[in-house]
Design a protein around this ligand. Structure first.
Ligand code: ADP
Ligand code: MG
Length: 653
């Protein structure tokens, strides 16, 4: 037995010198090969009532129903596809065995099982005594290989060691020495990744391996039972190292590492939060799994930066994933419909390419079940008006005799997914986003998609009510803004500033408020409304009859149909004028630019005029400034007088 720290340090200096020689000839990073394995139905659910939602097409591709549009099928392409009838030997011989020989060439390799909990990761990696998986098969072959290659008389002496660790919530835990705490990951000057303090057990036979591995696995299983979903949320990492030493000069050394990893479940933990995960945990995405996706993407797209350092798992795999390493990711998927969303997300993670095919997934499985009951549930969910709108051209087909003939009893057996798969995609999207929203708000209740229909309808109704409320408030605000804008526009044509002409409703609602012009009048209205001695009154003109109302009693909703006039007290207007005059005489160019209709050029002209001719005696003197016409002066006055007057009288300016 040894500790990696000692071994790592002993070799480090020699390796560092070697690395400089070949530093310029770096091979391009290797792609991560991706295989998909579809497991068979395991709980006896297969049959006419539960056809699979995914099926293989050939040795590299599969197809799955498109939940966004049931008239389409999604086709995914991989390096290899293993169907539900594939054996453990098929996977091993097809995707794992070929990379083992590279370990004896001093290269690294990794095999990762990816997929949602229950899709077959552990079965693929570990298997059972009757159906041993990748780990026992690889160990057997590797030990056999090293025995042969390291036999007396051969040029290299070989030794094999194993380490077994777990990454849980970004902590690295030694399963062969559970008492040791979180371990650190280091990189030596040659780029080799080390975990100082990690237990390494020498193994010469499969019995040796089992002796160390089985109790360590039990350690993990005990933990899993105690901590409920821990095993599905942690990465189990088995590291097998093959060390080679040349028996004769120049006594070279080689090291090849093989990582065999049963990854954490890829299901969205927020979505499965109803299965007893604590609130705090359910919000946390598995960082390592998330970053692994980014690393695989970066490697496979040949991006210049691969974010290995962003998580413990990828940091650990930095020298064994990409680069000169040989890596294979086996994405495990399940055929049952309840796995559908997790399957799609696993496929998206793993796919080399995705293609949308313009035809329904299958007429025998999805379609008949979709039709009758779904139409009903969609209508029920949407209510009569929406249901009418949701009825698209494809419902012509839906109404055809064959689907309608689907027996009522079959509809009762539908899984939630079957109902959802036929729902209006927009509605489904909305449900999902609501689902996510609830999860992000820490809702401890069942997620929306798994709530009963009645509760779902109540939630939908609440959301709709909120939407209506927001719409109503927006309209209210728009009306107020438009009213004040229109009033300014009317001022232009009015020679008497104290009385503004009535505005028609069309003008009010049709005016598109300018951002600049909106703020002041709104503030004004709010401030005025708060002031009992308001000096601005809005005259409501119902038909030909006029009625005076204080702003306190303003109810814009009702008044949308009416015409409006503004009446401003002469005293207030005089104050406004005085304020403008003060600004014209004392304000800097920057101050002047804060006024409506005064840009940087006009501000400069005003300041220049003031320096030449002294202070303005009245606002109308602006007309005398070169470049400002009488009309511009008037419009400037109207645009600013109300705002400045109100600022002075009704609140802090
Ligand atoms: P995971 O590790 O992804 O959570 P498991 O490997 O525990 O999933 O598989 C869940 C169940 O399905 C187990 O009972 C397992 O034996 C079974 N299973 C998985 N894959 C297969 C397969 N290819 N053939 C037969 N049974 C399988
Ligand atoms: Mg498992």
């Amino acid at each position: 037995m040894g500790k990696e720290g000692a071994v790592g340090r002993a070799h480090a200096s020699g390796r560092c010198r070697l690395s400089k020689i070949g530093a310029t000839r770096r091979p391009p990073p290797a792609r991560v090969r991706v295989a998909v394995r579809l497991r068979p139905f395991v709980d006896g659910t297969a049959g006419a009532s539960d056809p699979p939602c995914v099926r293989g097409m050939d040795s590299c591709s599969l197809e799955i129903a498109n939940w966004r549009n049931h008239q389409e099928t999604l086709k995914y392409q991989f390096d290899a596809f293993y169907g539900e009838r594939s054996t453990q030997q098929d996977i091993y011989a097809g995707s794992v065995q070929p990379i083992l020989r590279h370990l004896l060439e001093g290269q690294n390799a990794s095999v990762l099982a990816y997929g949602p909990t229950g899709a077959g990761k552990t079965h693929t990696m570990l298997g059972s005594p009757e159906q041993p998986g990748v780990i026992p098969r690889a160990l057997m072959d590797l030990l056999q290989l090293t025995r042969e290659e390291g036999a007396e008389g051969r040029p290299w002496a070989l030794s094999v060691t194993m380490s077994y660790l777990e990454i849980y919530q970004e902590k690295v835990l030694d399963l062969l020495d559970p008492a040791s705490g979180d371990l650190v990951i280091r990189e030596d000057c040659r780029g080799t990744i080390l975990i100082p303090g990690l237990t390494q057990k020498p193994i010469t036979s499969f019995a040796d391996f089992e002796r160390h591995f089985l109790p360590a696995s039990r350690n993990r299983t005990v933990g899993a039972t105690r901590l409920n979903q821990r095993s599905s949320r942690s990465h189990a990492v088995l590291l097998v190292k093959v060390d080679q030493r040349e028996r004769l000069a120049p006594f070279r050394q080689r090291e090849g590492k093989l990582y065999l990893i049963d990854l954490a479940g890829s299901e969205d933990n927020r979505r499965t939060g109803n299965k007893g995960l604590r609130l705090k945990e359910s919000g946390a995405i598995n960082t390592s799994l998330f970053v692994l996706g980014k690393v695989v993407d970066a490697l496979n797209q040949g991006l210049p930066r691969v974010p290995y350092r962003d998580s413990k798992l990828t940091r650990l795999l930095q020298d064994s994933l990409g680069g000169s390493a040989h890596s294979i990711l086996i994405a495990n998927i399940a055929p049952e419909r309840r796995f559908y969303l997790d399957t799609v997300s696993a496929l998206n993670f793993a796919a080399r390419s995705k293609e949308v095919i313009n035809r329904p997934f299958t007429n025998e499985s999805l379609q008949p079940y979709v039709l009758g009951p779904v139409k009903l549930s969609q209508k029920e969910l949407l209510g009569p008006p929406e249901a009418k709108r949701a009825r698209g051209p494809e419902e012509e087909e839906i109404g055809s005799p064959e689907p309608m003939a689907a027996p009522a009893s079959a509809s009762q057996k539908l899984s939630p997914l079957q109902k959802l798969s036929s729902m209006d995609p927009a509605m489904l999207e909305r449900l999902l986003s609501l689902d996510r929203l609830l999860a992000s708000q820490g809702s401890q209740g069942a997620p929306l998609l798994s709530t009963p229909k009645r509760e779902r309808m109540v939630l939908m109704k609440t959301v709709e009510e909120k939407d209506l409320e927001i719409e109503r408030l927006k309209t209210k605000q728009k009306e107020l803004e438009a009213k004040m804008l229109a009033q300014k526009a009317e001022e232009k044509e009015n020679h008497c500033p104290t009385m503004l002409r009535p505005l028609s409703h069309r003008t009010v609602t049709g005016a598109k408020p300018l951002k600049k012009a909106v703020v002041m009048p709104l503030q004004l209205i709010q401030e005025q409304a708060a002031s009992p001695n308001a000096e601005i009154h809005i005259l409501k003109n119902k038909g030909r009859k006029r009625k005076l109302e204080s702003l306190d009693a303003l109810e814009p909703e009702e008044k949308a149909e009416d015409c409006w006039e503004l009446q401003i007290s002469p005293e207030l207007l005089a104050h406004g004028r005085q304020k403008i005059l003060d600004l014209l005489n004392e304000g800097s160019a920057r101050d002047l630019r804060s006024l409506q209709r005064i840009g940087p050029k006009k501000a400069q002209l005003i300041v220049g005029w003031r320096e030449l001719h002294g202070p303005f005696s009245q606002v109308e003197d602006l007309e005398r400034v070169e470049g400002i016409t009488g009309k511009q002066m008037e419009s400037f006055l109207k645009a600013n007088i109300l705002g400045l007057a109100a600022g002075q009288r009704c609140g802090p300016s």
